[in-house]
Each structure stands twice: as structure tokens, then as C-alpha cells.
Design a protein around this ligand. Sequence first.
Ligand SMILES: Nc1ncnc2c1ncn2[C@@H]1O[C@H](COP(=O)(O)OP(=O)(O)OP(=O)(O)O)[C@@H](O)[C@H]1O
Length: 451
Amino acid sequence: MLDISPNPIFSRIRLPDSGPVVAAVSGGSDSLALLILLEAHLRANGSGGEILAVTVDHGLRPQAADEAAMVARLCTERGIPHRTIKWEGEKPATGVSAASREARYRLLAEVAAEAGASVVLTGHTMNDQAETIAMRRERGDGRGLAGMAPATLYDGKMWIVRPLLACRRADLKNVLVDAGISWADDPSNEMAQYERVSARRALAGPEEDEIVSALIEQGRLAAEDRVATGERAAEIITRYASIVSPGLVKLDPAFARVNDRPGARLALRILLAAVGGREHLPDAARARKLYERLDGAAFRSTLGGAVVDLRKAGVGYLHREMRAGWTGAMQAAAGGVWDGRYRVNGGGLPENAVVEALGGTLAEARVRDRNGAPQALMRAAMAAEPLVHVRHAESGSEGSGPGGLSERLRRLPAPWIRFLPSFDLAPARAVADLLGGEPVPEPPLRSHNAA
Ligand SMILES: Nc1ncnc2c1ncn2[C@@H]1O[C@H](COP(=O)(O)OP(=O)(O)OP(=O)(O)O)[C@@H](O)[C@H]1O
């Protein structure tokens, strides 16, 4: 049975002393239990922190509005502020669950920011974690075996925290039964076409508790390994990688001979994704081969949107691959993410402002030979850097890019632009330092170990 208050579940989390914390409450048993446990915890602690419960109505099921109303009623009874947010707009014909998850996090982050909260709590349980680990094991996803992180930074600014990862679903239901609270059962939990539902069914049965415990233990070890390898990769990045010219990363020859191979290979995958502006690390097997080639003869190759160029003295260079004809042109006024690498602040820019790759001709004029890096590589890297400019029909364009209108552009720490699991904090910080991005905020966890 779970102890209701003050609750050790929350002891790992730094909840704000004042101001709101957002609880994402769908109306299902897990997130309702989160709400009740959090309420009891804050009350028992005499903390000045308040809860803002938020329900997202995805508008996909007719019952969703009733469920949101049920959560609203419960919150009113208990004096907890609550908001229902509707996901407006077009719903995609395929990939609805991914799109609704995407929309859910965006809406939760928006509401939290409006309310002045920097933390959103969700009701993911130990059973969800075991299902996640089982699914990822099935797919042979190495780093993913760590499961869901206790905290994930969303969009560089909002922490999503999962306090119930150590709680079993059945215990959470008992909390609600004891409190006389009923919950809604989401019918999509029973739809066998979903991978998660199949994973859940595969775990069900008389041995469920033991299987879940074994998966959780496996995940814990994988998470420890992920954090430790990430920390070593971060040190390797800091030590051997540097920016020598806009968009051009130089790898010291000693990078290819680092004793810690797993750390160095991860460092290379991270650097490739960062340079290529990708959301995922490139394939481990291909990156491993590439890493081995770094200790050999000169070559040029591409992986994950990045070019790797090894020069004679064993010095490696990485820059964004620029495919023929690609300009990346995007309207700047609306802002957004450019090429997975830069956030564009379009505020106040005219409608005809554009952000696009600098291109070869302009890059040629801007390259300065001051650092001994090969001119051709400096040009290639510079050509794929962004330029914000205003297009004038007659007089050509007026603008600037690296070194000019740069306050409009903020380098982002790909591959962790949208979701940064606390497991990967150290390498994300190393990438942000290397690329000159914004500092990564501290997670609201008490333990130093992000796992
Ligand atoms: N409609 C909703 N409104 C508010 N919060 C929600 C909603 N749906 C899910 N959540 C939050 O997300 C948690 C996980 O829900 P669920 O397992 O259904 O989502 P998932 O899509 O499988 O997970 P993830 O969001 O990590 O992909 C819930 O416990 C709750 O905190």
C-alpha cells in the first residue's frame, strides 16, 4: 500500500516552494492518483506550492469532454485550480497518437508557462516504464533500454517530471479506491493495434509483478550505463572537439585513439547529430565504422546530415552536409526552428524576411583565414550557416548571418532540441558549450544521478 503523506515519492523532486506546479491529469487512474498524492504531499509538507491540474481534450473521442468535466468537478470539490485545454485544428489522418502526444506536450508547456510554472508532472507508472523497456528491447534499441527518464526537458525550457515511475498501477488504483474516487478507462488502452497495448498484454498474467520488477532492474542498469557513458562522452567532446570557424568542428587527432571506445563512439554520434541538426543519433554500427576510419588515411564521408573530413595529419573536421540545390529558405517573421539547428526569433521582422543557408558565394567572401583550418572546409561549413535577410525586389537583399544579425539566431543543442532526457544532461551541456547555445537548466531532481 502506498503511504499517502508526506510522500517519499516526491522526495527526489525539487518542487517549487511557491507558485504552481502543473499536474497533467487525463482522468485515468494513474494521473488521478498523481493528483491525490501530490495534494496530500503538499498539504502535509506545509509547502506554499500549489497545484494547477490540466486536462488536454484531444477532441478525438466523444467521451473526452466528459472525462475532462469529471476531472474539473473533482478539482472543484477539492479546491484545486483546473483547466481543460482543447487541441484545436486539423488532426492528421495517420500517426494520430504521435501527433496527439506532440500536441499534448506543447499545450501543457504553454499552459504551464502562462501560469508561471516550470515543472509539469505526469502520471507515468512503473508498469508504463516496464512496457517501454520491453518495447525497446524488442526493437533492439540500446540506449532506449534505460526507459523513460525521471525528468525530461521539453523545448529547452519546461521540465516534465515523472514522480510515479516507482509506483505500481495496482497500488495507485487502491489509493483512489480508498479515497472513494472513480476514474475513466481510456478505450485506446484496449486497442490491440497499438504497440504499447501489445506490450502490456504480453506482461499481464500471474507472473506480472516479477516480470515488471525484472524489466525495471534491467532499465535501472541501462540508465546508469547511459548516464555514465554520456558523462564520459561529454568529457571527450569538451577535450577533443572545438569550433574553428562558423559551423566547422575540428576533432583533435587524439580523438581517434581515446582508450574509452564506447565513450568516444557516443561522442562522435552526438557530434554528428549536433552538426547535422538531427533529432536522433545516427546509426550506431555506421558511426562505429566511421570512428574506426578516423585512425587511418584521409577520407571524406557523410552520416546523419554531417560531413566528416579527415585530413592528412589525422585532424578530423565535421560540418553540415549541404546537398545540391538545398537552400533551407524559410519565412523568418513567424520564427521557429531552422534546419534542426537554430531557433529563429522572428519578432518584429517584416513579412518578406527570410532565413536561409548562406550559400557558396557569400560564404567565400566571409571566410577569413586565421586559424589554419582548410579554406575549402571553412567555406563549405560557412555556406550551410544561416543568414537572416530581407528580400527587396529591386535592390537585392539586405541582411546578415553569422556575426551579423546573429541575435535573431540561437544555436540549439541537437539532438536534444525538443526532448532532453535527464540521462543525457552531461553530453547536452557539452554540446551547448561547444556550439555556443543557451545553458541547459538544472533538472528539478534532488539526486545528482540523473538516472
Ligand atoms: N489528455 C491528457 N490530459 C492531460 N494529461 C495527460 C493526458 N493524456 C496523458 N496525460 C499525461 O501523460 C501521462 C501518460 O499518459 P499515457 O500513458 O496515456 O500517455 P502516452 O502517450 O502513453 O505517454 P507519453 O505521453 O509519454 O507518450 C498521464 O499519466 C498523464 O499525466
